[in-house]
Design a protein around this ligand. Structure first.
Ligand SMILES: Cc1ncc(COP(=O)(O)O)c(C=O)c1O
Length: 437
């Protein structure tokens, strides 16, 4: 690793006194009030007023009839995926998942938590390549996947970094094939999407929808998540599963497998204090994105893009992608990366190391799921068809394409903390400029 503090390109820049985070929790005061309220009233459990209130408030904000508060976004995704499997294929034996023996199409560029529940339920994740316009699931690749696997009935889709995917196209494809959608809106709470001419919130776009209140999200409970639905029956099923699937009997009676996935009333207190600040957080994150865009307009890079006619992102994390011609030579291994610094060029690793040296936090783009060793045996589909094993020692692959891998190779997440000042952000922008010197 370079010593950026002595590198003459960075002369005159001092490390930040306190670290600039990628995205850290921002508390406002009322969080403490509602946590205290839970303790004072002795509702220090998975029932209580805070839970009821946050379920009501989030359901109203998003525009769904029911919200079920859970211990994490991952728990919400697990139960949503399990429920989809049960609806499609019937109840499973307790020692089998509801997706046993079935393939599921899913986002490729996302956090593992989006798609691991497919494996928890014994299904096989089939990764669908990404498109460049929103960095989400590519509808053309999804069409191709249905050509190859016409029996698939479930799609799991995430909205990356707060930018919604091309949901109109994806929903139309899903409808044509009679498939359900599990929507992972963990990163996109507060994001709006224009669906058939009407603005709606992400979290309403799937058959089963999930959000997260993880500590780094746009608002947080320190942890927590929610399942969102317009179906009373689905919401009640998820609530039941999340509280160990207890039946109405004097003793603990179980007719279904259960989980300890309910949100605690203490966590709900933090979420309750945060909800009134969601819009402010989005406005701050939007300013950060716009300042990066403007401040780096002269560099050979682009910001993560979106179509303003179709979406109003929550700008959770600002990202950039380096133009191919401006990429310095770089090699990514499984656990580390090497690069050769070159004047006029840079690469994500160099920028991330420079930012780190000056005491700020960036991050690589989510490493695509089809590139993760745990999923190396799972299919990966691009708009040209099978995305794996297309070449051999004698035949050069034709039309090989892997948008996910390309975005991972050239992209990075920028410090996007809403407590970062304009002056601090200017220093980050300056550091990035100097990486290209
Ligand atoms: C896209 C995505 N899905 C799912 C999750 C999981 O949420 P949680 O951390 O609340 O389990 C996260 C974030 O953590 C995420 O970024």
């Amino acid at each position: 690793m370079n010593n950026f503090l002595t590198d003459t390109r960075f002369a005159g820049i001092e490390p930040f006194e306190s670290k600039i985070w990628l995205s850290s929790p921002t508390m406002h005061g009322d969080e403490q009030k509602w946590v205290d309220h839970a303790i004072e009233t002795n509702w220090v459990s998975t029932i209580g007023e805070n839970i009821n209130k946050v379920e009501e408030q989030i359901a109203e904000y998003i525009g769904v009839k029911y919200a079920v508060a859970l211990s994490s976004g991952t728990a919400a995704l697990h139960l949503a995926t399990k429920l989809a499997g049960e609806k499609l294929y019937g109840r499973a034996h307790p020692n089998q998942g509801t997706l046993q023996g079935h393939k599921v199409f899913c986002s490729d560029t996302t956090f593992a938590a989006s798609i691991n529940p497919i494996s928890y339920e014994n299904g096989e994740a089939v990764f669908i390549d990404t498109e460049y316009e929103t960095w989400n699931m590519c509808p053309k690749a999804l069409e191709k996947a249905f050509e190859l696997y016409p029996d698939v009935r479930l799609i799991v889709i995430a909205h990356l970094y707060g930018t919604p995917g091309k949901m109109e196209e994806i929903k139309a494809i899903a409808d044509r094939h009679g498939a359900f959608i599990v929507e992972d809106a963990a990163e996109s709470l507060g994001t709006k999407y224009k669906l058939n001419g009407r603005w709606v919130e992400t979290g309403t776009l799937g058959s089963y929808n999930c959000i997260s209140f993880n500590g780094n999200k746009i608002i947080t409970g320190s942890s927590g998540g929610m399942f969102l639905s317009n179906s009373k029956e689905d919401a009640e099923k998820v609530r039941k599963w999340s509280t160990q699937s207890r039946e109405a009997a004097p003793w603990y009676q179980h007719e279904e497998l259960g989980y300890n996935y309910r949100m605690s009333n203490i966590i709900a207190g933090v979420v309750r204090g945060q909800i009134p600040h969601l819009k402010d957080h989005i406005a701050q994150k939007k300013e950060i994105y716009e300042r990066y865009k403007e401040g780096m307009a002269d560099l050979p890079i682009k910001m993560n893009s979106f179509n303003p006619e179709k979406s109003k992102p929550n700008f959770w994390i600002s990202c950039m992608i380096i133009d191919e011609e401006a990429m310095c030579e770089t090699v990514q291994g499984q656990r580390d990366a090497l690069y050769v610094s070159e004047s006029g060029k840079s690469c994500p690793m160099e920028i991330l190391e420079a930012i780190t040296a000056f005491h700020a936090e960036g991050r690589p783009i989510w490493k695509p799921m089809h590139m993760q060793p745990v999923y190396w045996m799972n299919p990966f589909i691009t708009k040209n068809g099978n995305g794996r094993a297309q070449s051999n020692a004698y035949i050069k692959a034709v039309g090989e394409i892997d948008v996910s891998a390309d975005i991972f190779r050239r992209g990075l997440c920028l410090p996007s903390d809403n407590k970062m000042t304009r002056e601090q952000q200017n220093v980050i922008i300056d550091i990035i400029h100097r990486c290209f010197k």
